[in-house]
Design a protein around this ligand. Sequence first.
Ligand SMILES: Cc1cc2nc3c(=O)[nH]c(=O)nc-3n(C[C@H](O)[C@H](O)[C@H](O)COP(=O)(O)OP(=O)(O)OC[C@H]3O[C@@H](n4cnc5c(N)ncnc54)[C@H](O)[C@@H]3O)c2cc1C
Length: 469
Amino acid sequence: MSNKVIVIGAGIAGLAAANYFVQNGYNDFVVLEASNYIGGRIKTMPFQKSFIEIGAQWMHGTENNPVYDIAASIDAVDDSTDKADNMYYSTQDGQKLDEKIVEAIQKETADIMENLGERVDESDSTQSIGSLLDESYRDIEANHESEIDASIIKGIFRAAFNNERFESSCDDLHELSSNGWNNFETLGGNLFCNNKYGYSKITDYLASQVPEELIKLNQVVEKIDWSGDEVVVSVYDNSEQKRKSFTGKVVLCTVSLGVLKRSHTQLFKPKLPQNKIQSIDRLGFGTVNKIFVIFEKNFEPDFQGVQIIWNDDLGFELQRSKKKWNLDNTEFYKAFDNFDKIPNHKNILLGFTAGKNAEYIEKLDDECVLDVISELLERSFPYANLPKPVKVIRSRWNSNAFTRGAYSYIKVGSSIEDMNNLAETIDNKLFFAGEATIYQYLGTVHGAYSSGFSKAEEILASLRNTYED
Ligand SMILES: Cc1cc2nc3c(=O)[nH]c(=O)nc-3n(C[C@H](O)[C@H](O)[C@H](O)COP(=O)(O)OP(=O)(O)OC[C@H]3O[C@@H](n4cnc5c(N)ncnc54)[C@H](O)[C@@H]3O)c2cc1C
């Protein structure tokens, strides 16, 4: 089979590229997708007459955001606001904390995050975000006058900094480089804008603009041979259960950095240039998972969620679930702290996990995870009268062979130059796009979309120069 352009991956970057081609009257391409669905890390699952988002949820910014513009053009933006704001805060032994006091301290942590950019500017670029946050915390600790215990203040800070681990997908903020922190561009407008019908509505829409036969699912790319004049892409076709190959002039590779880290050696023949390999190795790509906890009954209308403030001064061990499941890891459950209600559902709470604990939790049975969370909620919020948790639904982005994690970050020892290296075209034949290739918007849907769109533009210009003279 022969098409001039072979796009690998039908995530948002690959679909953006396909849309650019179609919009410019160019149909000599094919998109090869390993999974049986389009969207990659955008994955909306229908649930209880509505949906839940296994991957991306928010459009981060409503100004100059091409993804928001698409959502708006197809009337898929969710403008509704949930007024519920009743949060319960407790230490793990069930001591209820005053909401106002906790939220005042949370405001201090938010201010620290807001001003972190200045601290980054003043520091040398080898410092990690974790060490800068440690410094900020020590300053606050030294000057803090509060009626609340120091160990609880520490717990609240830890929970807030934990949130940054979900945002960056690193295991430990001491691995997150300050290099590039101030190069990340935040778009204007609503930074947490929801999709009315789920994020997959956008990827479905993008796919619907492309002739059906040009997007092929279940095609696992095993080898990209760019040694000759043409690029030969070998795939295992999972639906026909056989190997085949596609030949083209150029390849646009949009697989995740996690997939590149695991398999660039087997994937490319000849091997990628050394500077690209070094950048792939140096950059960070971590795990973030979502755990949806389904409860037997709806919550009270004003209920928003719960947060466990882990207090180091209190001993704590799982009891019932530890015994039942013979759990030897005594730390992983501290990954659970915040559980929030999600849009369109009255009986679901969503928790996030990141890093090594998230990877450990991926390997546990659903029933075990349900037992652990049920025990944690019972012991931490005995007074809250929560309904009974009955089921969990969760992502396993690290075990997913076509993702191998959640999103990229600039790890200590790497820099935005590594993302530029990743984006660099090789020999006018191998083009790269995707979330990890665009440092200004790394880890976002709009970043991945923009990278795919602009690489497609580059590819068309290059093909026209080469073949139309
Ligand atoms: C839990 C989670 C929450 C997130 N939340 C948000 C959010 O709220 N807002 C936001 O903006 N971003 C969020 N993101 C990030 C966002 O989802 C990604 O940045 C974006 O979707 C990446 O798109 P992509 O096209 O670069 O990569 P992908 O979506 O990974 O697409 C790459 C495609 O390549 C395919 N592929 C891989 N290997 C092969 C192979 N060998 N052969 C053929 N095909 C292959 C994959 O199956 C996949 O479909 C979140 C991500 C996760 C995991």
